[in-house]
Design a protein around this ligand. Structure first.
Ligand code: ZN
Length: 247
């Protein structure tokens, strides 16, 4: 085994030892020249040198998602992008937020939301009712900063639509005020189809200061994590731009 292989083995062992969370904050990028090919890895987060096929798939999809709000854009503000620190969920925001004033167009309660691509709906919270007691409990939970269970995170996202696209990519549209009439469990939707409406459901402000948190939180997921979870925050805007069609 040469020294380079030994190095990669050590990186893999280190990342499997559960260091991912810490690596996210303290990550260091190292470049190594191997046979004149540059191989990049992030300490604590293993990044295999990509095979040609992997590279092709990654370039293929997703790469031309529709911006879900008419005339909207992907904000360049890091705190509204995935990977940004939060005081809940062990610290990481997992979606792109579309807020009035930051996303190139007017966004308000009731603004229309469109499917980013063709897909099949596998969750549509049609009969959703805000749970005020659960939201107040979340705000007052002393442990919320350390750990937020998946169940509590789900309360935070309020009324949602989840759509499965090709290659196992899933989009989640959160904090909705309503769902379009023809969108229900199992519905096939096409790219650009009206699916729902912006709201503030699930936010603590929907109880404490109604009308101040209207926005769309859009998550794009593949496997267990959000797309781009291995990417550093300063490169996240560029990465998300590359997923969407920005005309
Ligand atoms: Zn968000």
């Amino acid at each position: 085994m040469n020294k380079l292989k030994l190095f990669f083995l050590l990186v893999i062992i280190t990342s499997n030892a559960g260091c991912n969370f810490f690596a996210r904050d303290n990550s260091v990028t190292i470049s190594i020249e191997e046979d004149q090919k540059s191989v990049e890895t992030v300490v604590g987060i293993t990044k295999k040198p990509m095979q040609n096929d992997d590279k092709k798939n990654q370039e293929q999809y997703p790469n031309n998602f529709l911006i879900p709000i008419k005339d909207g854009c992907i904000t360049d503000r890091p705190e509204l992008l995935p990977g940004s620190p939060r005081t809940y969920r062990n610290g990481i925001h997992e979606g792109v937020d579309f807020y009035d004033g930051f996303s190139c167009t007017k966004i308000d309660f009731g603004t229309e939301i469109f499917a980013v691509d063709n897909g099949v709906v596998f969750r549509a919270d049609i009969g959703y009712i805000d749970p005020p007691d659960a939201l107040i409990e979340l705000v007052n939970d002393p442990n919320i900063k350390k750990y937020t269970s998946e169940q509590k995170l789900d309360i935070y996202r309020g009324r949602q639509i989840w759509i499965e696209h090709k290659n196992g990519v899933v989009t989640r549209y959160a904090h909705l005020s309503g769902i379009a009439e023809d969108v229900k469990l199992g519905s096939k939707v096409i790219k650009g189809q009206l699916i729902g409406f912006v709201g503030d459901s699930g936010t603590p402000e929907s109880i404490t200061a109604p009308g101040t948190e209207n926005h769309l939180h859009l998550e794009i997921r593949q496997g267990k994590d959000y797309l781009g979870s291995e990417i550093q925050i300063d490169k996240m805007h560029q990465y998300y731009l590359s997923i969407f069609d920005q005309e």
